[in-house]
Design a protein around this ligand. Structure first.
Ligand code: 5GP
Ligand code: MN
Length: 344
């Protein structure tokens, strides 16, 4: 299973871990299950190896991940900037998980870049930037957590995976594959699942906590968004949902409450891509999902200074929600070329 990882590079990484005393694990802004799962997974592993380690994230993680062991220990830059600065300044190894370019860390990026530590990238996004000393970039993998598991195996550290590490890693695999519904074609993934279950992981609990538990107001917000705010552009096989600050406030929006909303329009037969625009305090956050290989990443890259994966991407827009929507509508024609002709 660890054949995909270059064994020489894996050995280098193991040596780096072994000779480091203070390790920082870090990830992208608005962290999701894969970002938190991969950093916490590594955190549990290196602590088992006797290292001092900290997980430092740009901003708060959603509450649905708070069941994860170690969640309370996470250093959040927007809440505890001095602590985070100290951790980066004192680190001798920084492991960058689940992002491909420093800008994905927002205000935390300068700290990460300025750290004197050796840096290693562990990620599954396309076209990574070169800002680390060592890089493990595998865009074909389901999740960064899958990659972390494979790396641990390739480094010969599988025996050091404890229940907390395994729980963290399976959480990222489950959230990024939506419980093995998307990006889960590779048979190895099921081997990894078996091995994590073998460590005693409670998969049902992860699915319940990370994917299917929500507040009443978030359920109502989703129902409102779908019944009142869903626009369908049949000619483009596209769907769009926009939510303004006022609408979010009406449903007492909290971080994570719209997780999964962008997927819902794709349940409609014939729709190929779905875009969701949310008016956040600092920008309009754009999320995009697709099927049939339609590259929503191109839309996010071209229009919203973003990127991601072919069928799951995102970006940001600085301007009004209406301008953000208009930009998409003006440009939709351009992306029709990626729609496959219907089968005879
Ligand atoms: P989500 O829609 O869940 O926020 O993000 C879906 C995917 O797109 C994730 O893999 C994420 O890394 C990527 N993504 C989301 N927002 C951005 C962004 O602003 N810039 C880039 N480059 N990628 C993003
Ligand atoms: Mn991911």
């Amino acid at each position: 299973m660890d054949k995909l990882i270059d064994s020489g590079k894996a050995k280098d990484f193991r040596r780096l871990i072994e000779r480091s005393e203070r390790i920082v694990l870090t990830c992208h802004v608005r962290p999701d299950g894969d970002a938190i799962g991969s950093t916490l997974g590594f955190w549990h592993l290196v602590r088992t190896l006797g290292k001092e380690a900290s997980v430092i994230v740009p901003d708060k993680a959603p509450a649905n991940l708070s069941f994860l062991p170690g969640f309370k220990e996470i250093g959040v830059y927007t809440c505890h900037p001095q602590y985070c600065e100290k951790m980066f300044a004192e680190a001798d190894l920084v492991i960058c998980c689940d992002f491909n370019t420093p800008s994905r860390q927002d205000n935390l990026a300068p700290l990460m870049l300025a750290s004197p530590a050796v840096k290693v990238l562990v990620d599954h996004h396309q076209e990574p930037d070169t800002f680390t000393d060592l890089s493990f970039s595998y865009p074909d993998m389901s999740s960064t957590c899958e990659l972390v598991f494979r790396l641990i195996a390739a480094m010969g550290l599988y025996e050091d995976v404890n229940l907390d590490c395994a729980t963290s890693l399976l959480t990222g695999i489950i959230t990024d594959t939506r419980n093995f519904a998307v990006n889960c074609k590779h048979p190895d993934l099921y081997d990894i699942l078996m091995r994590l279950l073998g460590k005693g992981v409670d998969k049902e609990r992860i699915v319940k906590e990370a994917l299917t538990t929500r507040s009443l107001s978030s359920l109502k917000l989703e129902a409102y968004a779908i019944s009142e705010k869903l626009e369908v552009f049949h000619r483009h096989k596209a769907a769009l949902i926009t939510l303004s600050r006022g609408e979010l406030d009406r449903f007492n929006y909290e971080r994570g409450d719209t997780e999964g909303l962008v997927n819902r329009p794709l349940e409609v037969k014939g729709l190929v891509y779905s875009i969701f625009m949310r008016e956040d305090p600092d920008c309009i956050k754009v999320s995009a999902r697709s099927c049939d290989g339609f590259p929503v990443s191109e839309i996010c890259k071209d229009l919203y200074a973003g990127g991601g994966h072919i069928q799951a991407a995102g970006g940001e827009f600085h301007g009004t929600l209406e301008q953000c929507r208009a930009l998409l509508l003006e440009n939709m024609d351009k992306y029709d070329k990626y729609l496959k002709a219907p089968k005879e």
